[in-house]
Structure formats: structure tokens, C-alpha cells
Design a protein around this ligand. Structure first.
Ligand code: E4P
Length: 217
């Protein structure tokens, strides 16, 4: 499963790039606005740091506007993925951009029918928002599981990108439900490696080593 960072903060991305574990980045208009960045410059900078898929979202709401913005975003770098909202206009734009050979990420997916439409529109990725479904009392991970079953049953190649991640449990839940990728807020990415028993175990190993008079290998 690919791991993406869900942020537009360049220093945050750069600080985690050398882990070799960041396969891509997702942004959205809120994240770009929060970073106070120019979208074209920021996406170019992120593409220079991470060679994998970098999602950049359109803000037009009509299909022709989305197509024009998508072409502009895609021209920034080869690894740009044009993010489009799951509306009828977004799906039309997805089909047009896909037919032009541009990678797409259909976002704001909250139902199985929406995921079906995204796949039929040729989306490279579909982004079901797990956390926001949980927020309204639904089971976000169940949607991932259902989309996996639907895509496998019908041979759709659209990749499932679990989004709106709120916890480390969401990450392992997405992996087990069959997501192809998961986009993580940086604090959740950092928390994946943490386990108290790893810390106490390592401290004990090193204490024993030092007590025996051993040094660097
Ligand atoms: C995904 O691409 C979105 O940018 C993101 O995961 C949304 O997460 P939120 O619900 O925490 O805003």
C-alpha cells in the first residue's frame, strides 16, 4: 500500500522525504490556502521533492473550467495528479483529462455509487473520506472494503486512496480493507512507527550492551 502525506507544507514534506517511505502527496484547496502558497509554485516545489504522485486540486466547478485548470496543473510536472470533486462536472472533466493521458484523483467520495462512477470515468485514484464518514456516524472503513469488493468484482483498475485519516487505526484498517494508498496527516505518519515496547526493548538492549563494556560495532 502506498503512503502519501496529506499536506501542502513543503518543509514538513522535505523533512520526511529521506525516510524513503513517502510515495506521494495529496493537497486540497484548504491545505494550499492554509500554507499561504501559490498553488503552481507549491506543487512544482513538492514535485521536486517527491517523485511519486502529487495531487493538485482544481477550484473551477464547471467541467470546461476544470479541464482547463487540470491541464494547467498537469503541465507543472509529470507526476502531477489532477484532483477533481465527485460531481457530474468533475466526472466529465475526469473522462476528458483521462482521455488526454492525464492522471486524476476523484475526491470527496462518500458512497459506493460515487466510487462506481469515478471508476467508470477512468479515474486513476478515487479518494473515499473515511474520517468525515465516521464524523457523521457511518463506518468509513466499511466503504473502503465495499469499494475494494466492487472494483475487484468488475475489474476496475482505479486505485483506492483512503483519505481523511484521523488515526493510526484508520491506516491499518485501510490496509486490511484493501486500499491501494492512504494519505496521512504528518502527525499520523510520524505516529505509525511508535510503539512503547519498541522503545523500552531498545533501551534494555543498549543498557545491557553498555553494562558488558561493549562499544560501537
Ligand atoms: C484528501 O485528499 C484530503 O486532502 C484530506 O484527506 C481531507 O481530510 P480532512 O477530512 O481531515 O480534511
Amino acid at each position: 500500500m502506498m503512503l502519501f502525506l496529506d499536506t501542502a507544507e513543503l518543509d514538513v514534506i522535505a523533512a520526511r522525504a529521506d525516510s524513503g517511505l513517502v510515495d506521494g502527496v495529496t493537497t486540497n484547496p484548504s491545505l494550499i490556502a492554509k500554507a499561504g502558497a501559490d498553488i503552481k509554485e507549491r506543487i512544482a516545489d513538492i514535485c521536486g521533492v517527491i517523485p511519486g504522485p502529487i495531487s493538485a486540486e482544481v477550484v473551477a466547478t464547471d467541467s470546461s473550467g476544470m479541464i482547463a485548470e487540470g491541464q494547467t496543473l498537469a503541465a507543472i510536472a509529470e507526476n502531477v495528479v489532477v484532483k477533481l470533486p465527485l460531481t457530474m462536472d468533475g466526472l466529465k472533466a475526469c473522462r476528458a483529462l483521462t482521455d488526454d493521458g492525464i492522471a486524476t484523483n476523484v475526491t470527496l467520495c462518500f458512497s459506493l455509487n460515487q466510487a462506481l462512477l469515478a471508476a467508470k470515468a477512468g479515474a486513476t485514484f478515487v479518494s473515499p473520506f473515511i474520517g468525515r464518514l465516521d464524523d457523521i456516524g457511518q463506518d468509513g472503513l466499511e466503504l473502503i472494503e465495499d469499494i475494494r469488493a466492487l472494483y475487484d468484482e468488475h475489474g476496475f483498475v482505479t486505485r483506492i486512496l483512503a483519505a481523511s485519516i484521523r488515526s493510526v487505526d484508520h491506516v491499518e484498517g485501510s490496509a486490511m480493507a484493501g486500499a491501494d494508498a492512504c494519505t496521512l496527516p504528518p502527525n499520523i505518519f510520524d505516529a505509525l512507527v511508535q510503539h512503547d515496547l519498541t522503545d523500552t526493548g531498545l533501551a534494555a538492549f543498549l543498557k545491557d550492551w553498555k553494562a558488558a563494556g561493549q562499544g560501537a560495532i
